[in-house]
Design a protein around this ligand. Structure first.
Ligand code: UTP
Length: 473
């Protein structure tokens, strides 16, 4: 042992920490490994991993007997909220953060999910759609929000290259702040032993979208935002091209209430829908996994027949920056969630192994676990068809086909509101792809009905960046 430890700069304290927590196997491949491996061992917290393996410190649902349906501001126009939100946008008080560190395993693309084309006519990627919304916000309100993009080891290089290759989609590169989230090792689900990917290389995975809080704080981004006069941070996820980024009405409700954390809400389709459920417990806002809700609560209905616990989570939030700064100081309050996964690994005894069944525990933090620390907080309803169509799977539900159809239906509704009729099937769905560039309109009111009516068009139809009809690709 002594000679092995001498061959790379590993501290004796680290070696004894690992041994004490049953991770001595990691020391056995030190001899042939480089300094990176020693560094990764030094930064491990084997005590934390040991307690997570035992189930200590993992997220648990709030006391179910204390759960009540939460108050939700209904969707719809609100002139006072809009005015307050637009004022904040004009003053540059709002920044936006996109979390894009996920590995997108279900979609199965070898690129980051943000590089996936979803524009029904243009083939625009998720990154292009999000970036153009941010650019359009700047054109509309005179101040472009700072655009923070969280990447991970899995997506960082490809995401930065993609933005560079596309000229940051017209944004000023100085206002696009990339930052990388942390990593967590995975452990064998039977023994708790930390898994190696190869000799001298730990297996690690991104630490969940909740890793955003620690990364924003430890890397100094929250301080930079505060120094720039940003008071609120709009949070969204890469897979949802419908999200109304920095929606002024939502921002306005948040500001007028003095809310520390506000979330958009969509109505759950049915009790079995796999969507987090908002609930109030002892005055605080919680998201409960749909599977943790007792059946009687999950299926209970109000007088009008709607689900009593019907407020679903589309993962669209707005946080006050001082709140995030305080929450990050108590980051250990953010629990980990454990997931059972199949993880290929290397072991001294048997070399590389591709397991046939789930062999490992991965640990992730979820951003919504910060919500119970906020007071006051706020929930605002938004119609699902207007704001939620996540790209998750290669086929079936939440597939590229479904996402493109949702974008086409949204465009059809906006065009109808401007008095333009497009061909629809008996269910009212457009019969051909339709798309409105974010640079043409961020909301239906941005379309110019007069101009649209004067323009010749054919389908598939793309309302392009300059507001003119464009030929499809
Ligand atoms: P999902 O939980 O749907 O994961 O992420 P995913 O990586 O997109 O897909 P699967 O589960 O591997 O198939 C929801 C959002 O959270 C981000 C994702 O990029 C997506 O925007 N996320 C997830 C992170 O930023 N970091 C993570 O560690 C995990």
């Amino acid at each position: 042992m002594e000679t092995l430890i001498m061959s790379v700069p590993l501290s004796p304290q680290c070696a004894s920490r690992l041994t004490a927590h049953g991770q001595g196997h990691l020391l056995r491949c030190l001899a042939g490994a480089g300094p990176d491996y020693a560094e990764s061992l030094e930064s491990l917290d084997p005590a934390l991993l040991a307690s997570l393996f035992k189930g200590e410190g993992l997220a648990s649902p709030p006391d179910l007997t204390s759960l009540e349906p939460p108050p939700v501001v209904p969707a719809g126009a609100n002139a006072a909220a809009r005015a307050a939100g637009e004022r904040a946008l004009r003053a540059g008080q709002v920044a936006v953060v996109l979390v894009a560190g996920g590995q997108g395993t279900r979609l199965g693309s070898d690129q980051p999910k943000g590089c996936f084309p979803v524009g029904p006519v243009s083939g625009a990627t998720l990154y292009q759609i999000h970036a153009e919304k941010v650019l359009a916000l700047g054109r509309k309100h005179g101040k472009t929000p700072v655009f923070l993009i969280m990447t991970s080891s899995a997506t960082d290089a490809a995401t930065r290259d993609f933005f560079s290759e596309h000229g940051h989609f017209g944004l000023n590169p100085a206002d696009v702040w990339f930052f990388r989230q942390g990593e967590m090792p995975a452990v064998d689900r039977q023994t708790g032993r930390i898994l190696l990917e190869a000799p001298g290389k730990l297996f690690t995975a991104p630490d969940g979208h909740g890793g955003c809080l620690a990364a924003l704080s430890r890397q100094g981004w929250l301080d930079k935002l505060a120094a720039r006069g940003v008071s609120d941070l709009f949070y969204f996820q890469v897979d949802n091209p419908l999200v109304a980024i920095a929606d002024p009405v939502f921002i306005g409700h948040h500001i007028l209430k003095g809310s520390q954390a506000s979330s958009k809400v969509i109505l759950r389709r049915d009790p079995s829908e796999k969507l987090g459920v908002f609930a109030r417990s002892r005055g605080r806002c919680h998201i409960v996994e749909y599977s943790d809700l007792p059946a009687a609560m999950g299926t209970a209905t109000a007088a009008d027949g709607s689900l009593l616990f019907g407020a679903g989570n589309p993962a669209i939030h707005l946080f006050s920056v001082p709140f995030l700064t305080r929450a990050a100081a108590g980051d250990s309050l953010m629990p980990y969630h454990a997931a059972v996964k199949k993880v290929p690994f290397w072991m001294e005894e048997c070399g590389h192994v591709k397991p046939g069944t789930e062999n490992a525990l991965k640990f992730e933090k979820f951003m919504f676990d910060v919500l119970p620390h906020a007071d006051p907080w706020l929930l605002v309803e938004t119609p699902r068809e207007d704001e939620f169509a996540p790209l998750k799977n290669a086929q079936g539900a939440d597939s590229p086909q479904e996402v493109r159809a949702a974008l086409s239906r949204l465009a059809a509704r906006w065009l109808a509101a401007a008095g333009i009729r497009v061909p629809v099937d008996p269910a009212g769905h457009p019969t051909a792809p339709l798309e409105i560039s974010p640079l043409a309109a961020l909301e239906p009111n941005d379309l110019n009905p007069e101009r649209l009516r004067r323009t010749d068009w054919s389908i598939p139809l793309h309302v392009g960046p300059d507001g003119n009809w464009k030929e499809p690709r």
